[in-house]
Write a protein that binds this ligand. Structure first.
Ligand SMILES: [Mg+2]
Length: 169
């Protein structure tokens, strides 16, 4: 039952993903969660985030931000990061936001990937939408209490995920 929430892949950071290689393998668009995926919760885009969007743009990858946060937060981050595509109140793990993001980028489930830090919203939603998903470690380990509880549940799922991953090798 935990497999429902397993990510397709897990990496330490959204900044460690080999986007050039993904583009060469046929990926055309990347959907990103914002908070704790690209920057700490509520933080504006820093130089690292800005450089990432410049890099992705140069590669030729389309990007879209998909957040459950409200418009002011998402719009101001998108502006400072230099991403023209953003979706606020994304209602993840609902699949509507993922579909909208692909529509806006002109991509499909076959050539889109999703990058996010939460299993039960980000990863689960991407899986339901049929999009290859990459889980990253949350940037800031200090989180609000409702997220702390979710993290405890995530830790259980990740324990089995990593165990199965080791077995599969
Ligand atoms: Mg997040």
């Amino acid at each position: 039952m935990f497999k429902t929430f397993y990510p397709d892949e897990d990496v330490v950071s959204a900044y460690d993903i080999p986007y050039e290689r993904l583009y060469k393998s046929g990926i055309k668009g990347v959907i990103f969660d914002i908070d704790n995926t690209l920057v700490p919760h509520g933080a504006p885009a820093d130089d690292r985030a800005k450089e990432l969007f410049i890099r992705l743009n140069e590669i030729g990858l389309k990007t879209c931000l998909l957040s459950n946060n409200k418009e002011p937060r998402v719009a101001s981050f998108a502006k400072s990061a230099g991403s023209s595509c953003y979706i606020f109140r994304g209602n993840k793990p609902g699949i509507g936001g993922y579909k909208k993001a692909m529509e806006r980028m002109g991509t499909t489930t076959k050539d889109t990937i999703f990058v996010g830090d939460q299993l039960f919203t980000d990863v689960y939603g991407a899986k339901r939408a049929g999009i290859y998903n990459i889980l990253v470690k949350p940037i800031n380990p200090k989180e609000e209490i409702q997220i702390v509880l979710k993290r405890a549940l995530e830790a259980i799922v990740l324990y089995f995920y990593h165990r199965d991953k080791k077995k599969a090798k």
